[in-house]
Design a protein around this ligand. Structure first.
Ligand code: ATP
Ligand code: MG
Ligand code: MG
Length: 348
């Protein structure tokens, strides 16, 4: 059989590994951490640093194709891996999405709406950006942010210095605050043959910068639904993308505004595990393994709820609920803000 290499062994890597196993592939996970969540369910795990050239080469030689759960794999490691085996999604998707500034420029270059943005590297460039964009605004580090980390809100001009302190001098972008009605995301896939399939858009609620719930169907008009799918396809085609991509959108009265993209399976697509015959993880494995894309049609209304930190203590109660599927990540320490699992509640 063939072997799928997965860079990153967190919960996303774990669920990719399960899908790979179900399709008869061996999953081989690479992660710097001892005993990552995906290691429990992968056929093989390499524990080594991102800059361990010998370990990277041996990993590449042991697999047929490489994918990732995590878009911040260092460029030098990707060069080494990519010289030996195909990496899907490809390097362009990573280059664009590793840096919020590059990503915003790419999206606006495609003619898509994004929040007004400007590069910030010090107090003077922040002052200039604020003069143009105004307040409220959000200062975000260009790289490595997730779950709202590395971000500071600027409600009024007086908050500028505090925001700059919060990002600790890292290269950043200032974004104008989008007055959205709701947030939705499209989980989209593109196959090796260029075919595209999108899951039904989900409606997302965040708390403290972390995704709390995703509900399908999202409250969208027919036009918004079509726009969401078309813009996702445009992004996939522009990147010559292979695999699953998450596109986060703000719904405004003036139309859809793209917040960010993630070149991988996405937390807001977890509902597909119990709402579709082929979920986002199987779809991703199909795409990167060169299989035809599956039918991602939705057969149920679903609310996905993340179990964050102590939420996991509610699992014994949740286990008594009808029509609720529980997905746990096998992490033992429930730190505040840590994603421990999720549940999918089927509404009909
Ligand atoms: P993720 O875990 O989704 O990768 P992240 O750390 O990359 O999160 P963003 O998606 O940029 O963060 O922002 C987190 C949330 O903050 C958004 O889902 C949205 O609720 C809010 N937010 C971010 N940028 C803006 C904006 N320009 N205008 C209004 N709200 C915003
Ligand atoms: Mg993000
Ligand atoms: Mg986000």
């Amino acid at each position: 059989g063939s072997t799928l290499g997965i860079l990153g062994g967190g919960q996303l890597g774990r669920m990719i590994a399960v899908a790979a196993g179900r399709l008869g592939l061996q999953a081989h996970v690479y992660d710097p951490a001892e005993a990552p969540p995906a290691g429990q369910l992968a056929a093989r795990t390499t524990t080594a640093a991102w800059d361990d050239e010998a370990a990277l080469a041996a990993f590449a030689d042991a697999v047929d194709v490489i994918t990732y759960e995590f878009e911040n794999v260092p460029t030098a490691s990707l060069d080494l891996l990519g010289a030996r085996r195909p990496i899907r999604p490809g390097r362009e998707a990573l280059r664009v999405s590793q840096d919020r500034l590059t990503e915003k420029e790419f999206l606006s270059g495609l003619g898509l709406s994004v929040a007004p943005f400007a590069a910030v590297h010090d107090a003077a460039s922040l002052a200039e950006a604020m003069a143009r964009i105004g307040t409220p605004a959000i200062l975000k580090t260009r790289r490595f942010g997730y779950d709202g980390k590395g971000q500071a809100r600027i409600a009024a001009p007086g908050d500028a210095q505090a925001a700059l302190d919060a990002v600790q001098g890292a290269p950043a972008i200032l974004e104008g605050f989008v007055a959205f009605r709701r947030e939705v995301s499209v989980i989209a896939a593109r196959g090796l043959d260029g075919s595209v399939a999108c899951f039904d858009p989900g409606e997302n609620v965040h708390e403290d910068g972390i995704l709390r719930t995703t509900s399908v169907p999202a409250r969208l008009t027919a036009t918004q639904r079509t726009d969401a799918v078309l813009l996702a396809a445009r992004i996939l085609n522009a990147l010559d993308y292979v695999g699953v991509l998450g596109v986060e959108l703000f719904v405004t009265d003036a139309g859809l505004v793209v917040n960010e993209i993630a070149p991988r399976v996405h937390n807001s697509g977890h509902w597909t595990q119990n709402g579709c015959a082929v979920d986002q993880f199987e779809q991703h494995v199909r795409a990167v393994a060169g299989w035809p894309l599956g039918d991602g049609a939705r057969h149920a209304d679903v609310v996905m709820e993340n179990l964050i930190g102590d939420d996991v203590d509610r699992v014994p109660e949740i286990a008594r609920e009808a029509d609720t599927a529980i997905h746990l990540y096998g992490k033992d320490a429930a730190r505040p803000g840590r994603k421990m699992g999720h549940v999918n509640r089927i509404l009909r």
